[in-house]
Write a protein that binds this ligand. Structure first.
Ligand code: ZN
Length: 160
């Protein structure tokens, strides 16, 4: 019998002028970008954390330390492909992911199909198993003030 496990991920990055804005594996055109040790792709980070959590393999910072210069500015798609290796080495395959991005501006919805295609390729899973949702926070809080971006992910994995 397959064993099913779920995981959850949450992450925040600050938004500042003069930084690239990587989100869901693609670069968005915006006057602000996300600040972080890696490329600060908040959506990929929550996917990594949800998958690692589901497999009880700690978290993204445990595997890819923000103190380690080798991860400075790294493309988070590389981290995601490493996480997929860990998940598959542990005997699991991905069932599906459901994610929510909290961002005031720019609008995420037009970019969702491209993000899904990109992530499906990195993870080697079906686009149909990746859900990406977007919400503003009605101009409230750090997201509403355009000071940051946050994201959530739930992941289901199963033993193969
Ligand atoms: Zn992050």
């Amino acid at each position: 019998m397959n064993k099913f496990r779920i995981g959850f991920g949450y992450d925040v990055h600050q938004l500042k002028e003069g930084y690239d804005f990587w989100l869901g594996g693609i670069k968005l055109e915006h006057e602000k970008g996300a600040v972080g040790h890696s490329d600060a792709d908040v959506l990929i980070h929550v996917i990594c954390d949800a998958l690692l959590g589901a497999a009880n393999l700690r978290d993204i910072g445990y595997h890819f330390s923000d103190q380690d210069p080798k991860f400075k500015g790294i493309d988070s798609k590389i981290l995601l492909s490493e996480v997929m290796l860990l998940i598959r080495e542990a005997g699991f395959e991905v069932g599906n992911l459901d994610t929510t991005i909290c961002l005031q501006l720019p609008k995420v919805n037009p970019h969702i199909p491209t993000m899904k295609t990109c992530l499906a390729e990195v993870m080697n899973i079906s686009e149909n198993d990746i859900s990406i949702k977007a919400t503003t926070t009605e101009k409230l809080g750090f997201v509403g003030r355009q000071e940051g971006v946050s994201a959530y992910c739930t992941a289901l994995i199963y033993s193969v």
